[in-house]
Every structure is written in C-alpha cells, then in structure tokens.
Design a protein around this ligand. Structure first.
Ligand SMILES: [Zn+2]
Length: 209
C-alpha cells in the first residue's frame, strides 16, 4: 500500500510553562533526538507499537530568537516507516508545520505587540519579518483563539489575555495536544494538513500515546 500524504507524530516537549522554557527550539530538538527510539513509537495509522524504524531524514530551517536577534538554524527532522507502509515525520512543539519560524519566535512577536513593548514597525525591524508576515501571524493567532474559545466581544483584549494565558499554562504541551485534537492542525500552523491525513487522524485514537 502506498502512503503519499504527509503524516506526523507530534512530540510534546514543553511540559512546563512556556515562559519557563528558556532553551531554543533547536536545542530542545537536539536533546530529544539523543533519546529517540523509533521502535517505541505507535503508528498513528495502524496503531501498532514497535513496528517503526527510521526511514530517512530531511533538513529544514528553524528561525529562533536568541540573544535579542533572529538566529537561523537548520534542524534535522526524522521520518519513520511502519511495517504497514505508512511513513511519519517526527515533529515537535517548537516546530510549526509549514512555517520557518519557531513557535517561541512567533509567540514572542505577538507578545511584544499585545503587551505594547514595541510598535509594529519596530517589531518587524527587530525580528526581521515583513509587515504582511506580522499581520498574517496576528490574524492566524486571532483565528486560532476563536477556534479555541469561540467568539468573544472585545477582540484586542481577548487576544492579549489569551496570549498571557498561553504562556502561563502549567503545561503548554497539554494545550498543544488538545488544540491539535480539536482542529486537526498544530497551533499557529497556517496551512491545513492534506485531506487523507485528516481522515486518518480521526481513526487514530491513540495518536498521542
Ligand atoms: Zn503502521
């Protein structure tokens, strides 16, 4: 059987308050990968545990905000293949699918805006992002806030409060898992996953185990 759609196994590494996580996305990934054992994975498609092995690697950009400036790193993403034929990318909280900037980076940009730390123009200059990118992230954040909480009267106030709630949650990963379960996409992911993956996701009750 051929599996062409992108599928992924999410790894939730931020089991603490987001504001307490001081490591960069790249460092979190590197630390996790030293302990990664593909044979311990559960296939999201056939739900079998113990039948996955490493299928290959691909490299992607991950932009973090380190020491007050953007830092472009390359990270290695592992793909595993199950004996059923399905392949899965191993993705982590700091990596937003289809995006180049880390989750920490995006949330920091939004925090500086909602907490009025810098003007939009200054944020774009310091973080080296374009104005359209900034407004796309803000719109995405508002959209995901609405997916999560429903419509609220005061948008600006609720966005600021939502962001503060997020960074103070006891475990950010608990939120990430529940958001993914609710919407079928990762938090702040801008593109939907391919349709076959969405269908398979519904069958995968043990997806996060
Ligand atoms: Zn399988």
């Amino acid at each position: 059987m051929a599996f062409n759609a992108l599928t992924m196994i999410r790894k939730n590494l931020i089991n603490c308050k987001l504001i307490r996580e001081k490591k960069s996305g790249k460092l979190l990934l590197s630390e996790y990968m030293t302990h990664f054992r593909p044979e311990q994975e559960t296939c999201p498609y056939c739900k079998c545990k113990g039948n996955c092995r490493i299928h290959g690697y691909y490299s992607r950009r991950l932009i973090d905000f380190v020491n007050g400036r953007p830092l472009v790193a390359r990270v290695r993403i592992i793909r595993v293949i199950c004996s059923c034929g399905a392949t899965h990318a191993i993705l982590f909280d700091p990596v937003v699918p289809y995006g180049q900037h880390s989750l920490f980076f995006m949330l920091r940009v939004l925090a500086e805006h909602f907490l009025h730390i810098r003007t939009v123009e200054k944020i774009c200059e310091v973080f080296e992002i374009s104005l359209p990118t900034f407004y796309r992230w803000k719109k995405l954040f508002a959209s995901h806030r609405q997916d999560w909480q429903g419509s609220l009267a005061s948008i600006e106030t609720s966005l600021r409060r939502f962001l503060l709630d997020l960074v103070r949650k006891t475990s950010f990963s608990d939120f990430a898992v529940r958001f993914f379960s609710l919407t079928g996409i990762s938090f702040l992911q801008s593109h939907k996953n391919p349709a076959p993956y969405q269908r398979r996701l519904k069958q995968a009750d043990s997806f996060f185990q």
